[in-house]
Design a protein around this ligand. Structure first.
Ligand code: ATP
Length: 443
């Protein structure tokens, strides 16, 4: 049997250590829907907080929003999603499986031996049909077409329809942006690769509203800023690149689009899109709603519908990216050490407090230290098993620091700080540990 690849190992680590579980696992799971466990929740929250800080808190020209998932169905007509948010789909009459017509060479026919759809002599693929990716549901007690609502397939529309509300209430002026983090749903035909492509996911989107004609300049600025954000997350720069959408790839709304791609074990794939949407969205909503969505620019003494530059990243995709990028195995004294070399700023646990043994006042000292630190940092207390094993458990979930209280601690009032990446150790005074961590975690 072939050795398991990085993705298999990561999926298993994520389950074993409480990062990500399959949804409804006891019922056999639900296709491409995943739940985040205790450590995964912390990791994803840290990623989202970091994004929110960079996009909203640290800037004067971006405001936050938390729009509802359910929106008036006319939103999705005006946005072009009802007519155009489709993938071409083919069915196989033999095996009843469905495939994306434009991704047959990546698809897998369920028949054995393993081949691409259409390659077995018994395959009978239909002509491609367009399949809308939006999930439909009903609002109110009657299940009829008049009460159909959609689970939003992107968070952006909630921003467009609220742009004047935010502008007026925050007293912003163009150029300015609105940022939002929230759930989106797509009935993907060929989901997969763990949390890379799922049917329920979270987006971190920002729409930047600019004066017509300023779009190209802002588009370039946002490209630079967004790539820098991913690099500052600690991702390996060699595994990041730009992909420019060719004319035929461009979405119905886009004037120009670039994807930030990461090289996953399953190939180069998009993790974030930066799109120049022009005035497509606001113009369409203005026409469909009959409400003016113009901005009065006092400085220019002009009225116009702003143009929009969008940055759209998936929180789950970024979480997968940091996990893949951080995962490594090393040989240490004849044993394999698994390490998640996460940027300490997003690590789910920042420091573990470990009494060397459960006697001689060590647990008391360790508990006091833990109680002192936990209000400021995500900490973990572990007194179970040999110290080497405890270090390894922390390495595997990316904890940058272990703080060990040993026999000498009562005498010199110091603990051993053990570093995840180098495994180096140093003694630090107990009263200085919080400051020591703060300096290294930037918090
Ligand atoms: P793809 O081509 O991979 O389906 P897309 O071009 O449709 O992505 P966008 O509509 O630009 O994606 O969405 C912006 C971001 O939202 C993507 O870069 C990705 O990070 C995230 N995203 C989109 N679809 C999914 C999904 N099914 N599962 C997880 N994340 C997603």
């Amino acid at each position: 049997m072939a050795a398991p690849g990085v993705m298999d190992k990561l999926v298993s680590l994520c389950k074993r250590r409480g990062f990500v579980f399959q949804s409804s696992e006891i019922y056999g799971g639900l296709g491409s829907v995943w739940d985040y466990g205790p450590l995964g929740t912390e990791l994803k929250r840290n990623i989202k907080d970091r994004w929110w800080h960079a996009m909203v808190r640290a800037r004067d020209d971006i405001e936050g929003l938390d729009a509802a998932i359910l929106m008036h169905p006319k939103v999705w007509e005006a946005s072009g999603h009802v007519a155009g948010f489709t993938d071409p789909l083919v069915d196989c009459k033999t095996c009843k499986a469905r495939f994306r017509a434009d991704q047959l060479s990546d698809g897998q026919c369920p028949q054995k031996p393993s081949k691409h759809p259409g390659e077995h002599s018994t395959c009978q693929l239909t002509e491609p049909r367009l399949f809308n990716l939006m999930f439909k549901t009903f609002m109110g007690p009657v299940e009829e077409s008049a009460s159909v609502v959609y689970l939003r397939p992107e968070t952006a529309q909630g921003i467009y329809v609220n742009y004047l509300n935010v502008l007026q209430s925050s007293r912003q002026k163009i150029p300015f942006g609105i940022a939002q983090i929230g759930k989106a749903f797509r009935n993907e035909i060929t989901p997969g690769n763990f949390i890379f492509r799922t049917r329920e996911f979270e987006q971190m989107e920002m729409q930047f509203f600019v004066k017509p004609g300023d779009d190209a300049e802002w588009f370039e600025r946002w490209r630079v800023l967004r790539m820098a954000w991913h690099q500052e997350l600690g991702l390996n720069a060699d595994k990041l690149r730009w992909h420019q959408h060719a004319e035929k790839e461009l979405a119905h709304y886009a004037r120009a689009a670039y994807d930030i791609e990461y090289e996953f074990p399953f190939g180069w794939q998009e993790i974030e899109g930066v799109h120049n949407r022009g005035s497509y969205d606001l113009t369409n909503h203005q026409t469909a709603s009959g409400k003016k969505l113009e901005y009065f620019d006092q400085a220019a003494n002009a009225r116009y519908v702003p143009e929009i530059v969008e940055t759209s990243a998936g929180a789950d995709r970024v979480a997968l990216t940091v996990l893949v990028d951080a995962y490594r195995e090393e040989e240490v004294e004849g044993e394999t050490r698994t390490v998640l070399g996460l940027n300490p700023a997003i690590a789910p646990i920042k420091a573990a407090v470990l009494p060397l043994v459960n006697k001689d006042a060590m647990p008391e000292m360790a508990t006091a230290l833990f109680n002192d630190l936990r209000s400021r940092f995500a900490c973990f207390y572990d007194d179970g098993g040999a110290i080497g094993r405890r270090y390894r458990r922390m390495d595997e979930v990316g904890t940058p620091f272990c703080l060990t209280v040993d026999g000498q601690s009562a005498e010199d009032q110091k603990v051993t700080v053990r570093h995840r990446d180098t495994m180096g150790q140093e003694r630090v005074g107990i009263t200085s540990v919080a400051e020591y961590l703060r300096e290294r975690l930037g918090s």
